[in-house]
Write a protein that binds this ligand. Structure first.
Ligand SMILES: Cc1cc2nc3c(=O)[nH]c(=O)nc-3n(C[C@H](O)[C@H](O)[C@H](O)COP(=O)(O)OP(=O)(O)OC[C@H]3O[C@@H](n4cnc5c(N)ncnc54)[C@H](O)[C@@H]3O)c2cc1C
Length: 453
């Protein structure tokens, strides 16, 4: 009898310890199947955790979205692996592991073919470019001491008033500014000089940009393999008031020991996920305080190439933002494709316009440089990232008069070591980039591995 009791006790204790391990330490829910969420999920899954990924939309990848509807891969979202020399760039390691082929594509205006307002081709010398870069850089650096709340627009206006930018044709300056605006997803009126200086320092060490053959989604597809991913599962509430965290998709409740929230900043700003207890005011201020930028693309497939060998083109227009930057996708897709990037308020405004309006305006820009006789596109794609119901914008950027590092540190701070935050906006110094998003997912996975070993 005694022996039987002992045996029963042993069985029970083994059983309860298994239950305890599984339910108390090993279950993690990841909210969002972008590269941050998938990176975190794969890392935890491979380390033995039981991981469920809840994704609101009907596909994985988030802002990595390779569209194959034209019969070949076209990137609606991320195009380039940026900063290929940084050790923190985990995409470079994945690229080698997956044997993904890339093409190095310099994005500096130095390599652009420029057209002025009259449609004349303007050549930009390296000396001219460096002079603009140095003058703006020096002025920004000086202003960071004396007028730290200045915007990039303030600096440009001052330099112009002093005649210090008049040595170069206007198109050169416009191309220079639009290049910054595209990478920041915001207009120079809203860009702080501090961010400009930080960006210049970053560019010194970052390396080059690489376009991917065969689709950027090769990264996210690889990371998703073997994972339990539930599509069409928009999380509406996260209750972390008790021992475990309850995650609600409408009325369905999922429970876990820990949760990693990787949804875009725009989704948090709109309060689409309710937190219980409510977020602290510091967290809410961080969510509201970080700038949420906007970038879109119009992609044209033409019957033939009329732009020659040019890889990057800038066409000066009345409005610097109106379909001025064009990139050829011919090397990557093998098709005569040009696409335009546009940013900031212009990009936001275009999201409300019908396709025909955008096509007409974009074609007018191309015609002003290449003539009226160029062909109409055979196919097109237009993105409206701000209207994607679970994205609501493009990527976070440096905002005017905000202490970015403080806000992003707060955004990434876990709630009582149960609810963790990842995603590009939580990166302190590389926000906006896909490789940074992946890094933040791995960062939070490591925290969970320490707290829930
Ligand atoms: C037009 C454009 C061009 C870009 N170009 C580049 C580039 O060339 N190089 C580069 O490095 N980066 C680029 N980026 C930025 C890059 O794509 C992003 O930084 C990166 O993909 C963000 O990954 P993430 O995992 O943080 O977020 P996301 O990819 O946005 O993933 C978040 C996921 O959460 C899901 N979600 C939202 N709400 C909920 C909810 N309530 N419940 C469940 N799931 C939810 C979303 O559907 C999404 O799938 C570009 C972005 C855009 C828009």
């Amino acid at each position: 009898m005694k022996l039987f009791n002992l045996f029963l006790l042993l069985i029970l204790s083994i059983f309860s310890s298994v239950t305890y391990t599984e339910s108390q330490h090993n279950q993690v829910i990841i909210v969002g199947a972008g590269i941050a969420g998938l990176g975190a999920a794969k890392e935890l899954h491979d380390s033995g955790y039981s991981v469920t990924v809840l994704e609101a939309s009907e596909r994985i990848g988030g802002r990595i979205y390779t569209d194959r509807s034209l019969g070949f891969p076209v990137e609606r979202g991320a195009n380039w692996i940026h900063s290929n020399k940084l050790d923190s760039n985990r995409l470079m390691g994945l690229k080698d592991q997956l044997n993904i082929k890339t093409n190095i594509t310099p994005l500096s205006p130095m390599g652009f073919q420029l057209f002025n307002k009259d449609g004349d081709s303007v050549s930009l010398t390296e000396a001219e470019f460096n002079k603009i870069d140095t003058r703006i850089g020096l002025a920004a650096y000086a202003a960071s001491f004396f007028l730290p709340s200045s915007t990039l627009k303030d600096i440009i206006d001052s330099l112009r008033n002093m005649g210090l930018l008049s040595f170069a044709p206007n198109v050169v300056l416009q191309a220079y500014l639009q290049n910054i605006e595209l990478s920041a997803a915001e207009d120079i009126e809203k860009l702080p000089i501090g961010a400009l200086i930080a960006e210049a320092e970053y560019m010194e060490i970052a390396g080059e940009d690489e376009e991917v053959f065969g689709g950027f989604d090769q990264f996210t597809n690889h990371l998703s393999q073997g994972l339990d991913i539930r599509l069409n599962n928009p999380v509406t509430k996260i209750d972390y008031s008790s021992d475990r965290v309850d995650v609600y998709v409408k009325d369905i409740k999922y429970s876990a020991d820990a949760v990693i929230v990787t949804v875009p900043l725009g989704v948090l700003q709109q309060g689409m996920i309710k937190f219980l207890p409510e977020l602290t005011s510091a967290k809410q201020e961080a969510i509201n305080g970080i700038n949420w930028g906007n970038v879109n693309k119009v992609v044209f497939q033409f019957p033939y190439n009329f732009w020659g060998e040019s890889k990057n083109i800038f066409i000066e227009r009345e409005d610097r933002h109106a379909f001025t930057t064009w990139l050829s996708n011919e090397v990557i897709s093998g098709k005569p494709i040009l696409y335009s990037f546009y940013s900031g308020d212009f990009s936001r405004a275009m999201e409300d316009q019908p396709d025909e309006f955008i096509i007409e305006k974009a074609m007018n820009s191309l015609r002003s440089a290449y003539g009226q006789e160029i062909p109409n596109p055979e196919n097109y794609l237009i993105t409206r990232w701000g209207k994607e119901p679970y994205i609501l914008g493009s990527y976070s950027s440096a905002g005017h008069n905000q202490d970015d590092e403080k806000l992003r540190t707060e955004l990434g701070r876990p709630l009582v070591n149960k609810v963790f935050f990842a995603g590009e906006a939580t990166s302190l110094d590389e926000y906006g980039f896909a490789h940074a998003a992946l890094f933040t997912g791995l960062r939070e996975a490591e925290k969970i591995k320490v707290i829930y070993p």
